[in-house]
Design a protein around this ligand. Sequence first.
Ligand SMILES: C[S@@+](CC[C@H](N)C(=O)[O-])C[C@H]1O[C@@H](n2cnc3c(N)ncnc32)[C@H](O)[C@@H]1O
Length: 412
Amino acid sequence: MESESLRHRMVDRLIADHKSQGRTLRPEVEAALRRVPRELYAPGVAVEEAYENTAIVTKRRDGEGLSSVSAPFLIAEMLGQAVEALDGLEGRHVLEIGSGGYNASLLAELVGSTGSVTTVDIDPEVTGRAATCLAAAGYRRVTVVCADAEHPLAPGRRFDLIIVTAGAWDIPPAWRDQLTDDGVLVVPLRTFGLTRSWALRRAGRALVSQSHRQCGFVSVQGDGAHRMRYVDVADGVHLRLDENQQLDAALVADLLSQPGHQAWAGLDLPPRTVLADLDLWLATRLSGEGSQFVVLTAQQAAVESGLVAPSWRFATPAALETGALVYRSALRWRDRRFDLGAIAHGPDREAAAGRMVAPMRAWVEAGGPPPVLRVFPAQTPDGELPDGTVLDKRHSRLVLTFTPTPEQKGTA
Ligand SMILES: C[S@@+](CC[C@H](N)C(=O)[O-])C[C@H]1O[C@@H](n2cnc3c(N)ncnc32)[C@H](O)[C@@H]1O
C-alpha cells in the first residue's frame, strides 16, 4: 500500500512538472509508471527513496557513477519521446542499451504481449541484477543480454526502437543498422560538450531528429567510450573539454583573476523561456576561427564567493578566445522578466563579452529556433551534407541547423 501511494504521488508530480513546462505526459507512459514498482529494481534502498525523482546510483568507480536506476523524470521524458516519434509502442520490438530493469519493465508494459523488449548491458553484474529483479517483478519476457552495445547484437536483427540509457559521444553504425527502415533511436548524445536526449528517425543511411530534451547520464563504456577532460581555471572552476579539443592550460591559468566585464543583450524575456536551445545555438556561433567553444563548470563555493556568476553552474556555455575567456552569465531579472548576459575576463574582455551577447540577441530575434540534428556516416563527402554546423565524430558526421524542416515531425 505504501509503495502504491508513493508511486502515485511520484507520477502526480511528474504530470505537474510536465504541465509547468507546457507539455503533457503521454497517458500510456503515465499508466506504465503507475504500474511498475520502482523499489523492486533498487534492492536495499528505502521505499521512500525509491520514489524520489532522482537517479539511484548502483555502481561507482573512483567516485564516478557507472550504473544507476535512472531518474523518473528522465525516464518519463525519454519514453515520451519514443512514444511520440513512433505514435505508440504497442507491438513494437525494442532494444534498450544500458540495463537496470526498471526502464525495461516500463517498456514491457508499453509494447504489450505482441511486442518484445531486449535489454543489453556491458557489465555482467548489472545484467545479473537486472535479470533477477525483472524475474522477481514478473517481467519474464524481457531478454537480458551482456555485451558491448557498440556492436550489433545479432546479425540481421532489427528493432523499431533503440533507446540508449547511457551518455554517448558518437553514434556507432550498429545503432542505425539495427533499426527498421523508419525505426527510431532515442539517445543522450553529447555535441559541443552539451548532452541532449535526441529522438532520431532513420532515413536511409541518415538519422533526422524529431525531438530533443536536456539531460545528463553516466557515460558509455567499452569501445565507444569517450572521456571528457577538465582544465582548472581557478579554485573550483573548470573548463570541460571534449576528447578531441586541445587547450593550452597555461594560457587560461590566470584569466579569471583579471577584471571581468559584464555585457547585457538588452532583452525582456518571459519567465518560461527555455534556454537549453540557446546554449546549442551559442555553441555553433562561437566555434571557429580564433574562438573555441567550451563548457564551464563551477562548484557552489566558487559561485558564492563571487569568483564566477555562470548561468548554470553544472554546464555553462563559454568560449576561449585569444585574450579572453567569456561565459553566459546569470540572468538579470526585472518585473518578472529577464535579460541575458555574458561576462568576459582578460585583455580583450569588452569585445569578447559583446561577441557573446550578439548571437543571444540574434537567437531571440529569430524566434528562439530549436535545433535539428542530422546524422550521416563518417565517410559522407562534404558536398552531400546539408547546410549547417558540421561536427565530425569517429563514426558519424553530425549537422546541426536551427530551421525546422518538413521531415521534422512532432515537437522539438
Ligand atoms: C543509467 S544506467 C541504465 C539505467 C537503466 N536503463 C534503468 O532502467 O534505470 C547505464 C548503464 O549503461 C551501461 N553501459 C555503458 N556502456 C555500455 C555499452 N557500451 N554497452 C552496453 N551497456 C553499457 C552501464 O553499465 C550502465 O549499467
